[in-house]
Design a protein around this ligand. Structure first.
Ligand SMILES: O=C(O)C1=C[C@@H](OP(=O)(O)O)[C@@H](O)[C@H](O)C1
Ligand SMILES: C=C(OP(=O)(O)O)C(=O)O
Length: 456
């Protein structure tokens, strides 16, 4: 058993729910937690990061920063970091777990060291994700790099001086973000040219926002094609406050929209750069009743939903949660421009299609899009129970070791007629360790089936 009272590794049996009702405070943002912790370590002096996430990705960043020589103290819900500035410890092996953003940001910064090695204990997930675009950019800057064909394990040795540099932002924005974190500490800074069809603009803006919060100067074109960060700057230590997490909250909002009842979710700023904030508007466009009062959203659930066709790139980490809503919407929903979903913890296009089909839904894919036919449009195999159609359920689906897939499948289970088993549900801890507890507090019921202790 772990601190949260759940087994170390578990499948979850999702019991169909009749309604969801209650109040929650959104967990701290994953993307801001990783960014603020890293920037704090790059500052000389002490920074208090107020209200850090407690997820595995946050723990991975803290572990790596500690291994690199930062002072890390957890004080209540805050992290107090004594930074190593421009001097992370050389010759260290870092293990970022399964955290893509953590791995990539640290790889960028590792050009400050004479040698850093990156390994992962998730060879089938992070180990398969491509790093070549970032490694190539670091090599063009003068770093020595060795890798397994552009994948982990990877060793990077600096130093590098800086100057003009091209980096592709087509597969992931995290490569460019990594270089932005490195840039101010180089003698010449970086004049970045982002090439290809830039994806995930929102996290890039969160990186620039973080640099500003730590006193770093930069300029960028509106389209983020060019980002210039002058060199020889210093990250300024201080105090930063982590905002609420939109990607995880999108799953709560979608769950609340799918079932009768009323759910209030606080700690979600309207003035926020997280792209997944758009999930609120997407759900509204689908017909959900969501009202905002300051930082609090209230969902009055159980209304009929209709399908949408949207470019999903701006809310990449909410696509899975919104797919759960789409599964019960009238008509066919399509998420366009989501090719990068194939490069996340699993292939979030093909693996989603497979699991939806296993549940009796009709779904289809192209290289860069995912479509699902909502149950209400056909009522195939559906059973009217309470308000709206329900999936038959009664099957076992795979979480694919991916927290966002686990959220999607759990939501589908809440609106099934019979219980649904989601395998490997402990991987929820990557970004949202309290996900099941939060839903329980709203009235959902889960059974946790312990698995033999096999990593990962
Ligand atoms: O910069 C970040 O913190 C992130 C960027 C996004 O990835 P991509 O840029 O690969 O789309 C997002 O999916 C990920 O969860 C976090
Ligand atoms: C893809 C994700 O994270 P990362 O790329 O940081 O592993 C995510 O949180 O959905």
């Amino acid at each position: 058993m772990t601190q949260d009272g759940m087994p170390e590794q578990f499948d979850v049996i999702v019991t169909p729910a009749r309604e969801l009702r209650g109040e929650l405070r959104a967990q701290p943002s994953k993307n801001y937690t990783t960014r603020y912790l890293l920037a704090a370590a790059l500052a000389e002096g002490e920074t208090r990061v107020v209200g850090v996430a407690t997820s595995e990705d946050a723990a991975a960043m803290l572990r790596c920063l500690r291994d690199w020589g930062a002072g890390v103290d957890l004080v209540g819900e805050d992290a107090v970091i004594r930074g190593f500035g421009v001097r992370p410890r050389p010759g260290v092996t870092l293990n970022p777990g399964n955290a893509g953003a953590v791995a990539r940001f640290l790889m960028g910064v590792s050009a400050l060291t004479t040698r850093t090695t990156f390994v992962t204990d998730y060879p089938d997930s992070l180990g398969r994700r491509p790093q070549g675009d970032l490694l190539g950019a670091l090599e063009r800057l003068g770093a020595q790099v060795s890798s397994d064909g552009g994948r982990l394990p990877i060793t990077i040795s600096g130093p590098v001086r800086g100057g003009p540099l091209e980096v592709s932002a087509e597969r992931s924005s995290q490569y460019a973000s990594a270089l932005m974190f490195l840039a101010p500490l180089l003698p010449q800074g970086l004049d970045l040219h982002l090439t290809g069809d830039i994806k995930s603009h929102a996290p890039l803006r969160q990186t620039l926002d973080t640099l500003s919060a730590f006193g770093i100067r930069w300029t960028a074109t509106e389209d983020l094609r060019r980002v210039t960060v002058p060199g020889a700057q210093a990250y300024r230590p201080g105090r930063v406050l982590v905002p609420g997490d939109y990607p995880g909250s999108a799953a709560i909002l979608a769950a609340a929209a799918l079932l009768p009842g009323e759910v209030r979710l606080s700690n979600l700023r309207e003035d926020d750069l997280q792209g997944e904030k758009e999930a609120v508007n997407v759900l509204r466009e689908m017909g959900a009743d969501i009202a905002r009062e300051g930082d609090t959203l209230t969902v009055r659930g159980g209304r009929p939903l209709r399908a949408v066709r949207r470019d999903g790139d701006s809310f990449t980490d909410a696509v899975q949660a919104l797919t759960a809503a789409a599964a019960f919407a009238r008509g066919q929903t399509t998420w366009e421009n989501v090719a990068t979903l194939r490069l996340k913890e699993c292939d979030r296009i093909s693996d989603t299609r497979a699991e939806l089909e296993r549940l009796g839904l009709r779904a289809s894919e192209t290289d860069s899009s995912l479509s699902v036919e909502g149950l209400d449009s056909e009522e195939r195999g559906a059973e009217a129970l309470g308000r709206g159609a329900r999936l038959p359920g009664g099957v076992r689906v795979s979480g694919h070791g991916d927290h966002r897939m686990i959220m999607l499948l759990t939501l589908l289970g809440l609106r099934a007629a019979a219980p649904l088993t989601v395998s490997g549900a402990h991987h929820i801890r990557k970004s949202y360790p309290q996900f099941f507890r939060h839903l329980e507090s709203l009235g959902a019921k889960f059974e946790y089936v312990a698995l033999p202790d096999e990593r990962p």
